[in-house]
Design a binder for this molecule. Structure first.
Ligand SMILES: Cc1ncc(COP(=O)(O)O)c(C=O)c1O
Length: 390
């Protein structure tokens, strides 16, 4: 490679074949459903563009993001697949969305009135997905009367097209949840009502990864896949009983930049929270909390070097952290913080457990300082270095 894409000794690898396998597994699992690949938050930290391209190549027909900026970025980068913005976009930007063939989410009548007032001349209809709050308590129409008003408003308008209707489950990742069933039934009732009022959106969707894995029943024709497309289970509960294996796409690596011997009584890092009790070897890795390798990961997290587990010791600094080595190792040795080395493996879920959080949070927070390396069939396809902008 004649051009260096990054110069630091820390990088994330995203195996696009894994994303593809996960999507293909879902297509076999739910052959009747369209797949909407959720690539918000830079594709849960994996890279929105690369994941979107791979998802579409593998059979996803739709993409979803949280905000208009994310959708426009994908359009600028050449993505032509339909995109849904799942959160509220200011009504004055509805035209901009329509011009870029971006579908918007609506859950307020006032939004429609205001959006319409901004339309002077548009060749493009504003495509809408109506969001229903069936129990998530976040955003969505709740009152049937308001929904009825909105249905009539959209029907008589030449500006809007009701392309879809959707809801979001709060507890689909728990096997025994009354709320899940309640939300499912409520949503079906709302769809029936919409039909009675003469509104027949083509796309009807409720399932996130958890609901898609458990094949939620209803007149639905699209599933919105986020976490499981990246190969991660939506919860530990569902992980025990997956209908097919999920393949983790994200791994994180660094290299030893310094190796030293500690004497008994020597301490490591801020606050001197780690004290050597005997002569021991310690290595330094150039990754820290500014990279998303968060302070709360230590003590608890380990790394793999030469296929062996070694604990992170002392406090994680902004740009570096320390590892206890079983013996003297060479500077330059690769350390895997998430992923596999030989027979050993550190799953994303292990880091989430240490941090007492969910796996979603871990890759999302791996920051732009960490270059992303994309692989396919074991070969490097592309490098992405956000801070150097190439
Ligand atoms: C409305 C909506 N649909 C779908 C998803 C995807 O969920 P998951 O990552 O659990 O598949 C999200 C993610 O938070 C969401 O907010």
């Amino acid at each position: 490679m004649d051009k260096h894409h990054y110069y630091r000794d820390t990088w994330a690898e995203i195996d696009l074949d894994k994303i593809s396998q996960n999507i293909k597994s879902f297509k076999r699992h739910l052959p009747e459903q369209k797949i909407m690949a959720v690539v918000k938050a830079n594709g849960y930290g994996h890279g929105a563009l690369q994941v979107a391209e791979e998802a579409v190549r593998s059979g996803a027909e739709w993409l979803a993001v949280a905000m208009l900026d994310e959708a426009l970025a994908l359009r600028k980068q050449g993505i032509t697949a339909p995109i849904l913005v799942m959160n509220r976009v200011r009504p004055e930007y509805a035209n901009l969305a329509a011009e870029n063939e971006i579908s918007l989410t609506v859950f307020q009548k006032e939004w429609l009135i205001e959006a319409q007032s901004h339309v002077k001349e548009t060749k493009h209809q504003i495509k809408l997905h109506l969001k229903i709050d069936t129990g998530m308590g976040r955003v969505g129409f709740k009152e049937e009367s308001e929904l009825q008003d909105v249905a009539h408003f959209i029907k008589q308008s030449s500006v809007f097209e009701a392309e879809g209707v959707f809801t979001h489950f709060a507890t689909a990742d728990e096997w025994e949840s009354e709320l899940f069933e309640k939300q499912r039934k409520r949503f079906i009732k709302y769809i029936d009502s919409l039909r009675t009022w003469g509104l027949n959106p083509t796309l009807i969707h409720s399932a996130n990864s958890a609901a898609a894995l458990r094949k939620v029943k209803g007149p639905f024709n699209l599933v919105r896949l986020g976490i499981s497309m990246y190969g991660l289970a939506p919860s530990n509960e569902l992980k025990q009983d997956l209908p097919f294996p999920l393949e983790e796409a994200f791994s994180l690596h660094s290299r030893l930049i310094h190796v030293k011997k500690l004497m008994p009584g020597d301490t490591v890092s801020y606050g001197a929270t780690y004290t050597a009790t005997e002569e021991e070897w310690v290595g330094t890795l150039p990754i820290g909390y500014a990279d998303g390798w968060q302070r709360r990961f230590s003590p608890g997290a380990s790394v793999l070097i030469k296929g062996e587990r070694m604990p992170i010791i002392g406090r994680i600094c902004m740009d570096q952290c320390m590892v206890r080595l079983p013996k003297r190792l060479d500077v330059g040795e690769v350390a895997t913080l998430i992923g596999s080395q030989e027979a050993e493996r550190i799953e994303m879920d292990e880091i989430a457990r240490v941090a007492e959080t969910i796996n979603y949070e871990i890759p999302c927070l791996i920051s732009a300082r960490v270059p992303r390396v994309y692989t396919k069939k074991g070969r490097i396809l592309e490098n992405m270095n956000v801070i150097l902008n190439f």
